[in-house]
Design a protein around this ligand. Structure first.
Ligand code: ADP
Ligand code: MG
Length: 690
């Protein structure tokens, strides 16, 4: 706040909006893009394939269009060669006051084709005098929020503050990498990198600065992860599951309703070897939706039981935990194993009965939610914990698990969202990986089509035919916190409409705001087949298994991410019948959205979809991964483009730890110090090893 041009008010805005409290924070607030400010285009020169560009012109008129979530403000912007449309979806009231009709502005933005016209959404506009205050040439652009803009902290202001800081620095910034890394990579010094990332002296120096900062960022993430791996390996080791006994064999020969797929067999073998090695298992099991991960989990748990241990399975939601509990109770019938369900809504008095039984080992298998991790839950002898559908479960949380016992239980993390390699190396960099790459026999791939909302009239007749043939139907609506109210309205209106269209059938509604018991009852009605149509939000996304459901209608499909669409689609196609997934959207779609939907209709390959998702949206937006920390605190490295730098960073970190596992040597002191600093800065995702 003491910097010239900042002051207490702006300082507070910076803190609230971008979590920035120090000079250093600002120096690490990097431009998100660079533009050549010397070039101004004419409107007739532009097309939909250009990056961010500048135009010079005036606003002719404003117009407000659309209803509800589609409500938007448009303006006609013109120069002497033509006109283009500007669009805002937020600040509809303020914009016309901010930017006056008839004033000449320099416009900065990315033109896209929307419907049949070119437009620029949320452009930046500056009067010409303001514009020329800056220097010409390549300039960094900083992300700013609406609140920051309202506090006059737009990109240009941030740039000025950073200029000031760099002027005030009395000496060069201290180097944060050690000589070994510098020698191996030939990176430029930190001070030079920071100066050039903000004010590139040349395109070449900008590239070098970017490389240096990306490498450093990824290097520390890897150093952190690999240190944990070393630490784990150094510990006493893991429980030894040396034998395959009665539980496993009797289940396998008497209870298993079908033959395992080859992929399932291979993974079970990998888990057997791992748990019989004397080391603690930390394994990630990737397998597309419907590939039969539950069974693999169960067989692993039975292995634990055979060796005198308890097993636990943890799911992210109550619905999933309950479903696992029911499936597994059913599968284990006749084996005489006591199984318990423990979730957040387990009643106090039931808990009081249950907890001692978990402690004295009379309960052998515990299935539950995060409630399993509470301190009050003490296992007598937990040998294995399976974590299902957990992209939300980062290294930090796993580390917590290892500390729960003196000897850590074996850990099997299962995920249905195939994770791109770079992301896996970052999120799950400390895990061994098994893959189920084969679906059980007899599955027909789900057919996926894209349908414009206006054309839906034939849809319901086809749906009716499916229900007449005995099938069930999901209809999913988006629901996100920011627009929760209008989303809820869409959902309930959708529900009512569907009830009217299908008066002869039972329709239920399920969403995350319902009481768990209510939700449970509705879900059960659908699972048992009493209800034919379920109208729901994405609460059904993970794990729900109703093989009789063959139709998945996704409303406002443009609002879902690729991985999420893939997850939703995975709810159908679980039985022998042909299933269909219909992506319903409005007509006007951005190019990016069209691409996303096309990928969905073209492929069922989850890995491919995950890679595309990462490319199109960046890791910060990947579904379910927001809370996993590490990967998403990345300031400059991009996991979809920097795979090579990531590999290099990982190799460097591995080399260093190979020779100096606890970073005790003097030449690594700077690394240890920097790691400790980063660990205190990032509370999520990073973690301390004492
Ligand atoms: P996911 O990997 O998505 O968790 P599930 O474990 O729920 O998949 O399995 C999906 C469905 O496939 C279940 O109904 C399960 O009983 C069935 N299944 C699993 N393994 C096999 C197999 N080897 N042969 C036939 N069906 C199987
Ligand atoms: Mg599952």
């Amino acid at each position: 706040m003491y910097l010239p041009g900042v002051g207490p008010k702006k300082a507070e805005t910076l803190r609230r909006e971008i979590d920035t409290v120090s000079w250093e924070d600002l120096l690490y607030y990097f431009p998100y893009k660079y533009i050549d400010r010397s070039k101004i285009f004419k409107i007739k020169e532009i097309d939909g394939n250009m990056p961010y560009i500048q135009l010079k012109g005036k606003i002719l008129k404003y117009e407000t269009l659309g209803e509800g979530s589609a409500r938007r403000l448009t303006a006609t912007f013109y120069d002497d060669t033509g006109s283009i449309e500007l669009v805002w979806f937020r600040m509809l009231k303020q914009i016309p006051q901010l930017y006056q009709i008839g004033t000449e502005y320099i416009l900065f933005g990315k033109p896209t084709v929307f419907g049949h016209r070119l437009n620029v959404a949320h452009p930046e506009l500056e009067t010409e005098s303001k514009f020329y205050e800056g220097e010409p040439g390549v300039q960094g652009q900083y992300n700013t929020t609406e609140r920051m803009k309202n506090a006059f902290l737009h990109s240009r202001a941030i740039q000025k503050i950073i200029t000031k800081i760099l002027e005030l620095l009395k000496e060069p910034l201290q180097e944060t990498l050690n000589q070994y890394v510098i020698d191996q990579t030939h990176v430029i010094p930190l001070d030079e990198a920071i100066r050039n990332i903000h004010f590139p002296k040349s395109p070449d120096l900008l590239r070098k600065a970017q490389y240096r900062l990306k490498l450093e960022e990824l290097f520390y993430v890897q150093l952190n992860i690999l240190r944990v791996t070393k630490y784990r390996e150094k510990r006493l080791g893991g429980f030894l599951f040396s034998k395959v006994g009665d539980y496993f064999n009797s289940f396998y020969h008497n209870n298993l309703p079908f033959e395992l797929t080859n992929a399932q067999k291979r993974v079970v073998r990998e888990i057997r070897l791992d748990t019989n090695s004397g080391r603690q298992m930390n394994r990630l099991l990737q397998g597309d939706v419907g590939s039969g991960k539950t069974l693999v989990a169960l067989l692993s748990v039975l292995l634990a039981l055979d060796n005198g241990f308890q097993g636990a399975i943890m799911a992210p939601t109550e619905i999933l935990a309950t479903q696992h509990y029911e499936t597994i109770s059913c599968l284990l019938q006749g084996l005489g194993v006591e199984i318990a369900l423990l979730t957040g809504s387990t009643k106090k008095k039931d808990r009081a009965v249950l907890l001692p039984k978990i402690k004295d080992e009379s309960v052998k298998i515990v299935i539950g939610t995060h409630a399993l991790l509470e301190d009050s839950v003490e296992f007598g002898n937990l040998g294995l914990i399976v974590i299902d559908e957990q992209h939300r479960f980062g290294v930090a949380q796993r580390a917590k698990l290892w500390k729960k016992n003196t000897v850590p239980p074996h850990i099997l993390v299962m995920t249905a969202t195939p994770i791109p390699r770079t992301l896996a190396m970052t999120l799950y960099g400390d895990l061994d990986v098994s893959v189920i790459d084969e679906l059980p026999p007899g599955r027909k791939p789900v057919k996926t089509i894209h349908l414009y909302s206006e054309r839906r009239h034939n849809l319901y007749e086809s749906v009716r035919k499916q229900i007449q043939a005995g099938r069930q139907v999901y209809i999913v609506y988006p629901l996100i916190e920011e627009s929760e109210k209008s989303d809820m309205k869409n959902l309930t209106e959708g529900f009512e409409t569907i009830q009217k269209i299908f008066p002869e059938y039972r329709v239920c509604m399920v969403h995350g705001k319902m009481k768990p018991a209510e939700k449970e009852a509705e879900m059960q009605g659908f699972v048992s087949g009493e209800t034919q149509i379920m109208v729901a939000t994405t609460v059904i996304e993970v794990g729900v298994n109703v093989p009789n459901a063959t139709v998945m209608l996704i409303e406002n499909a443009e609002r879902f991410g690729l991985s999420q669409l893939h997850q939703l689609r995975g709810r159908v196609g679980r039985g022998a019948e042909q299933s269909i997934c219909v992506l319903i959207t409005r007509y006007e779609l951005s190019e990016n959205t069209r691409k996303r939907l096309a990928i969905m209709t073209e492929t069922n390959d989850g890995f491919l979809i995950a890679e595309e998702d990462l490319k199109l949206r960046g890791p910060g937006d990947l579904d379910g991964t927001q809370q996993s920390g590490v990967a998403f605190n990345l300031k400059i490295a991009n996991l979809s483009h920097d795979g090579q730098i990531l590999s290099q960073a990982r190799d460097l970190a591995r080399d260093i730890l190979e020779n100096d596992p606890s970073l005790e040597k003097p030449e690594n002191a700077v690394l240890k110090q920097q790691l400790a600093k980063l660990n205190t800065q990032h509370q999520m995702g990073w973690f301390m090893i004492s």
